[in-house]
Write a protein that binds this ligand. Structure first.
Ligand code: OGA
Ligand code: NI
Length: 386
């Protein structure tokens, strides 16, 4: 299937900025003294979790504030009872946090090692070669980005490389632009990784439906290979920043998709909002960080919140995260399943498509509004207010 029409558009840049690596080199060689304004974030976006003054509260917070961990070691061939227990733990994590870490997924270490090596191989290339993978026509935010020229607001200190895995895998075309021989090893590593993550994502979507007492394929049926769901991978690479305390790797945002599954390396940086504070997601070897996206919030009738998160950068250490995003087929009309709606009640959100949602969301985001306004706009009763 050829992707003729882009499902969302970004503003055309009025100015093309320097690549982040150029800025980094200029700072290190003292060619420039300060971080360019567009990378300088307001203090409240950068500051670490606020210290808690009350000792008792601090103690309680220290005990409670870590992302739940769900263990999948026993899922294969599990009895109904064991499976139910795992599903409930996952559901509870999503209701309370919108986030959890998952361990013992059964994904072979070699799959993750290979994709990790491939990501590192790419970001070790000279800038000119990386930029050969710059956004393919009609695919906003895919390919390589190291300038973020489309954002008219503050920009994060991050480079990315990404493509669709489904409905049409984009990795080979991308690799052909970067390497003369199309780097078959790179393509294979990414394809194997995506296939594994897709399976993990389907299992998680089943367990989440079960936790809500819905038929297990309620969500997962729409993420079938034949469903034209949007599956995409992305590497986020945070090169060290000489002015790390003034900037962020990702500003506070929620993900628009249904489900995000992220592998961070052993360098901490990801933080999740919990009430008025931010909680650091501890890197656990072999774990994946899973979070609910905006679309699943609507699809779960507000039971699973898509929670804001952000990421830090470091002065001396680089950081890499490898992400798989699962978004529904763009034109599928989606409404919360009837099992989640009380008698004589309506769903919290109106029926809408992912394509419609992205259109609204990106209009806000290019101007720097990364709030959840777009999702709130989809709530019933807000039509008149907007
Ligand atoms: C993202 C994201 C965080 C990280 O890609 O949406 O939130 O740690 N990434 O890279
Ligand atoms: Ni995110």
């Amino acid at each position: 299937m050829a992707t003729a029409e882009p499902i969302y558009q970004l503003a055309t840049p009025v100015k093309v900025y320097d690549n982040i690596r150029t800025v980094e080199a200029q700072l290190r060689n003292c060619k420039i003294e300060s971080l360019p304004e567009r990378y300088v974030w307001p203090a409240e976006a950068v500051e670490n979790p606020k210290p808690v003054n009350d000792e008792a509260v601090a103690k309680e917070e220290a005990q409670n504030l870590s992302i739940p961990v769900v263990d999948l070691a026993e899922i294969d061939g599990a009895s109904e009872e064991v499976r139910g227990k795992i599903a409930r733990a996952m559901g509870k994590a999503c209701e309370e946090w919108g986030f959890f870490q998952v361990i013992n997924t059964g994904i072979p270490t070699t799959v993750m090692d290979d994709v990790n090596k491939s990501a590192r191989e790419f970001f070790a290339l000279p800038v000119e070669q990386m930029e050969k993978a710059t956004e393919p026509p009609g695919k906003p935010l895919m390919g390589y980005g190291g300038r973020l020229s489309f954002l008219s607001s503050k920009v994060p200190w991050v480079e990315y490389l990404g493509e669709f895995h489904t409905p049409e895998p984009g990795v080979e075309a991308l690799a052909k632009n970067v390497w003369e021989d199309g780097n078959p090893k790179f393509c294979k590593a990414i394809t194997d990784y995506c296939n594994s993550l897709e399976q993990l994502g389907l299992l998680i979507l089943e367990l989440l439906a079960e936790s809500l007492n819905l038929p297990k394929d309620t969500y997962s049926q729409h993420f079938d290979k034949n469903s034209n769901y949007l599956g995409s991978w992305r590497f986020n690479y945070y090169t060290p920043c000489p002015k790390a305390t003034q900037t962020v790797g990702q500003g506070p945002h929620s993900d628009p998709d249904a489900l995000t599954i992220l592998r961070q390396d052993q360098v901490a940086g990801l933080q999740v909002r919990k009430g008025n504070t931010w909680v650091t997601v501890e890197p656990l070897p072999g774990a994946f960080v899973v979070n609910v996206g905006d679309f699943l919030q609507a699809w779960s009738n507000d039971r699973f919140p898509s929670v804001e998160h952000r990421a830090f950068v470091n002065e001396k250490t680089d950081r890499l995260s490898i992400v798989y995003f699962m978004s529904p087929p763009p034109m599928l009309n989606i409404e919360a399943p009837s099992g989640l709606i009380g008698e004589n009640q309506q769903s919290v959100f109106r029926t809408f498509t992912y394509a419609e949602y992205l259109g609204i969301m990106f209009k806000n985001r290019v101007t720097g509004d990364f709030s959840k306004k777009a999702l709130d706009f989809m709530r019933r009763g807000t039509e008149a207010a907007n």
